[in-house]
Design a protein around this ligand. Structure first.
Ligand code: ZN
Length: 465
């Protein structure tokens, strides 16, 4: 076992891109993996998911996960397969949601490999899944939930705690003390206007050696919420079309249902069937409903006090489609709203809906989230006339709308505001979780506004503290 003189962080992902969050924190003879995310988007990035960690997984002392999005937890089954059997620390609702997300991910990996083999469009003779159900169950068995604000011991006197990030249910800012240094990792920061969750916790009154902060939207300010979603739904329904919303199953579906529910209540859109066509989204909805039902420090008080969970998400026309047969049963249905995963149209049931709905100009596809470069979602957003789905070219004639204001990521102003909330200036700020263009645009602004040195690590770069 090797030891390091000074604590250091190596950036094995989300260092020159948004996805694949993995940061190795080393101190003394201890190794903690902060985040274990999947790379998503272009093939050359996704290829990295097949590589083993550059340190033996069995030698890691602990894994810490900020929240249940795949780009933060989706590599856990690969860690299990590489022999990791130590604890995985995360908040209780991150544990609930990550279990759903990892099981779904494993199933998708297996289905995609099977489908690729059956249709023969894979470049490989026998396409293999990245991981399977057993690997996902193995990783889930290592979950050790830690409540918000409670300190969890790490080896050699280190410790870690979670603070609410306001991004999705269970999402945390990670506060770590190890080897004599203090680290704060923003995880994914919310905007402070999540309709269900309280805003991101302010930076504690501590002199941090490093504050790692996400920069997904470092180059822009989100437009204020307007009525586009309701208008698009209303006009599409009135001309007899179907509205398809590719949405991340976890959180985005809940936020959308809440917004649609409010618009129906306000008479802005007609009461039509709303289909949630994603088994994972349906399970996540249950976790959200339970969280709202409990007395929960992360849920906005007005949601807890004034509404029952059923009212929050369902105007009375919500139908959940559990099986593939249920999913097929809405083919050719009259005007309706379909919310289906995945959010960037990289896989899942949404692909079959896109194939069916894209060629017809009566329909609308509404993009409500971040679309990473190279994904079908990004191609649609950028006005592609054709997209390739399951090895077929599909013509795009449906209306495509990009409603960016559903983002649950902090924008430039939110990031700056959060950093400036620090009662004591940190020694350095590390910009992570952003495309290079965004990070390099944000870095000088952060330096100017905070007076703190900014570090923008590259892939596999090490920062000694
Ligand atoms: Zn996230």
């Amino acid at each position: 076992m090797s030891t390091v003189d000074r604590p250091r962080i190596t950036f094995f992902g989300a260092a020159d891109t948004v996805t694949g969050s993995r940061y190795l924190v080393e101190y003394g003879s201890s190794q903690i993996l902060l985040e274990s995310g999947l790379f998503q988007g272009p093939r050359e990035l996704r290829q990295r998911n097949w590589d083993d960690l550059s340190v033996p997984a069995s030698e890691l002392d602990a894994v810490v996960i900020s929240h249940a999005h795949l780009d933060h937890c989706g590599y856990l089954p690969r860690l299990w397969r590489q022999g990791y059997r130590g604890p995985i620390y995360l908040t209780p609702d991150t544990a609930n949601l990550a279990a759903i997300v990892l099981r779904d991910s494993a199933r998708l990996q297996e289905e995609d490999a099977f489908y690729a083999q059956k249709k023969g469009y894979s470049k490989h003779k026998e396409p293999l899944p990245l991981y399977g159900q057993d690997d996902a169950e193995g990783a889930i068995s290592l979950f050790r939930p830690v409540n918000f604000s409670a300190w969890q011991d790490l080896p050699e006197g280190g410790r870690v705690r979670f603070l609410p990030a306001g991004h999705i249910l269970g999402a945390a800012i990670v506060d770590m003390e190890c080897g004599g240094v203090r680290l704060l990792h923003s995880g994914d920061l919310g905007q402070g206007n999540h309709p269900l969750l309280v805003g991101p916790h302010v930076i504690p009154e501590v002199e941090y050696d490093a504050v790692l902060v996400e920069s997904t939207y470092g180059d822009r300010v989100h437009p204020p919420r307007d009525n586009t979603l309701a208008e698009v739904i209303s006009s599409t329904i009135h001309r007899g079309g179907t509205v398809l919303i590719p949405a991340f199953a976890v959180d985005r579906t809940e936020v959308l249902l809440h917004a649609i529910n409010e618009a129906v209540d306000a008479g802005e859109i007609p009461r039509v069937p709303i289909y949630v066509d994603s088994p994972m989204a349906i399970e996540a909805l249950t976790v959200y409903r339970h969280a709202i039902d409990r007395d929960h420090s992360e849920i906005r008080p007005e949601i807890r006090e004034h509404l029952s969970a059923a009212d929050v998400f369902d105007p009375g026309t919500l139908e959940t489609l559990r099986t593939p047969e249920d999913s097929k049963s809405i083919n050719g249905a009259p005007p309706c709203i379909i919310i289906s995963a995945s959010g960037m149209a990289t896989g899942g049931r949404v692909l079959h809906h896109l194939k069916r709905l894209l060629p017809d100009p009566l329909n609308s596809v509404v993009l409500v989230g971040y679309q990473a470069g190279g994904t079908r979602g990004a191609q649609l957003r950028d006005g592609a006339k054709q997209v390739r789905i399951h090895g077929e070219d599909v013509t795009v004639r449906a209306e495509i709308h990009d409603v960016g204001y559903f983002s649950v990521h902090a924008d430039r102003n939110d990031v700056l505001g959060w950093l400036r909330s620090a009662p004591i200036a940190p020694k350095r700020i590390v910009l992570i979780h952003g495309e290079n263009e965004e990070r390099h645009e944000l870095a000088p602004v952060v330096e100017e506004k905070t007076g703190v040195k900014v570090f923008t690590p590259g892939y596999e770069e090490t920062l000694t503290l």
